[in-house]
Design a binder for this molecule. Structure first.
Ligand code: MN
Length: 500
């Protein structure tokens, strides 16, 4: 795996290249702060720790995200690792950068590892909670990608856990957001650790194919360039793209290891000016070669659920080879690489309000499209837009996330954990302070319920403030049972009296 180490100078140069009028002074100050905060700290790879925030910031700058995100990337481990607190960050770097750093820090603190399944659920919810600012998710991805690049230095059990999380949690989220480049990277890094034998097998298949077909693909590219020029389709780029290893692995499984059924091991990609040129290019290709039936896909007219757009066609070309072509505009290309992040690229001016609005619309759109697909029901569950408007996320002292409606109280929380906890709860601590059971909880609260095992039933008065249907039902049921029990007791007593 290539390891990416960048100097501050390289970061600065990239920022100068990618941004108009970036605040280089602020960037330098962030570097100074980071240097100071991580001074003397060494990563397991043997490098100075500061290489990590540098790599994260570099990646964010490459993605073309706002300069504030790049600076926050430099600072992302500072609060956790040093005495340099979030208030110091705010004072020097302003509210926006401070809120980014704060969100990333909280994301780390609140997530406890308690078995992959549970962890997955937690992290999904965390992503939701944090998704009110999508930039935090990009920072998290950049952080994770660098940690994967340096994973070899970690002990084996940690490698396995981090790789599994990346494959099972981070990659699908990147996919949902349409960030196929990042999704592919996450998957391939993780794949190498989780199934090293299969990874090597896919790699050697790919190596052989590239060796076999490399020359042929170059000839095809040259030919297509000429054909497009003759058809006066200007400014096109034509190049070969090699399938990612994990994606190949999944396809091999689907086709029972029959390589001949996989047409896109090496595909030819054509990037053109506009949509018109996409169809024109497709016409040029189809005039020259015969398309394989059933393999022409118009994802421009009918985009994939994550927004992906392109024209795909597979053809029998002159040399008897079968090749897949992917045709798209530059904009579609960026969208497929960066997903929703594409909208945030190079948009220095857009305010936070606008950014969040777009993010909401984006999610609403994804949700709508997913709703029509049964397979995506699971994704739908964590993409639900209403969680942003009227849900809160609170934590158990062990770090599990419980999501509740706005206005929920410790009683709702107790019943969400277990009805026995609800029935027997007598008091609670919110963020380590004793509170009344009718306290309204807010997102991020850590709630601990105190129970009394001798308590027989919930207090019917709780119905005055319990918010969730679940808690209300349990309280009503339990109270009804108590009354019935009492009534039965009374009847029984009377009977005895009679007899006696
Ligand atoms: Mn980090």
């Amino acid at each position: 795996m290539p390891e990416s180490t960048y100097s501050f100078k390289q970061l600065e140069n990239l920022v100068k290249k990618n941004f108009t009028n970036p605040d280089l002074d602020l960037l330098r100050r962030a570097y100074q702060v980071t240097l100071g905060a991580h001074q003397g700290k060494i990563r397991l790879t043997g490098e100075p720790f500061v290489n990590h925030p540098l790599a994260v910031a570099y990646r964010l700058a490459e993605m073309g995200l706002h300069i504030n995100v790049v600076i926050a990337g430099l600072l992302h481990d500072v609060v956790e690792d040093s005495d340099f607190g979030i208030d110091n960050v705010r004072e020097i770097f302003g509210d926006d950068i401070a809120s980014l750093v704060d969100s990333v820090t909280k994301l780390k603190r609140n997530v406890n590892y308690r078995g992959v399944e549970r962890y997955a659920e937690n992290l999904r919810k965390m992503f939701l909670a944090m998704a009110s600012d999508v930039r935090v998710v990009f920072m998290k991805f950049a952080d994770r990608l660098h940690n994967l690049q340096t994973l070899y230095a970690q002990p084996k059990h940690k490698q396995e856990r981090i790789a599994r999380e990346s494959l099972e949690i981070y990659a699908p989220i990147a996919g949902r957001l349409g960030m196929s480049e990042i999704k592919g990277e996450l998957e391939d890094y993780a794949f190498a650790y989780l199934q090293p034998k299969e990874y090597e097998r896919m790699k050697s298949i790919m190596d052989i194919k590239v060796r076999e077909k490399g020359a042929y693909v170059s000839r095809t590219i040259d030919l297509v360039e000429k054909m497009l020029a003759e058809a006066e389709i200007e400014n096109s780029q034509v190049y070969g793209r090699v399938k990612r290893l994990y994606s190949l692995f999944k396809k091999m499984k689907k086709y029972s290891d029959d390589l001949d059924k996989i047409y896109d091991l090496i595909a030819v990609r054509i990037v053109v000016n506009d949509v018109e040129d996409c169809y024109a290019a497709l016409g040029v290709l189809h005039q020259k070669w015969r398309p394989v039936p059933g393999r022409i896909k118009d994802y421009i007219a009918q985009p994939k659920p994550n927004g992906y757009q392109s024209l795909h066609t597979t053809m029998f070309t002159s040399e008897g080879e079968v090749v897949e072509f992917q045709i798209r505009t530059q904009e579609m290309h960026e969208l497929s690489e960066y997903g929703v992040a594409a909208h945030w690229r190079y948009k220095e001016g857009s305010g936070e309000q606008e950014r969040n609005m777009r993010w909401m619309e984006e999610l609403a759109q994804i949700q709508k499209e997913l709703a029509s697909k049964k397979d995506f029901l699971e994704q739908l569950e964590y993409m639900k837009i209403d969680v942003f408007n009227d849900r809160i996320f609170v934590f158990t002292p062990q770090g599990d996330v419980i999501d509740l409606p706005e206005g929920a109280t410790p009683v709702d929380f107790a019943y969400a954990i277990h009805s026995k906890v609800g029935d027997k709860c007598v008091a609670c601590r919110v963020n380590d302070v004793m509170r009344n059971l009718d306290t309204k909880l807010t997102s991020g609260d850590i709630v601990e319920i105190v129970t009394d095992k001798n308590r027989k039933a919930p207090n019917p008065d709780w119905l005055k403030f319990a918010r969730t249907r679940h808690a209300r039902k349990k309280i009503k049921d339990a109270t009804r049972n108590t009354i019935k029990g009492w009534f039965a007791g009374v009847l029984h007593g009377r009977e005895r009296v009679k007899k006696g």
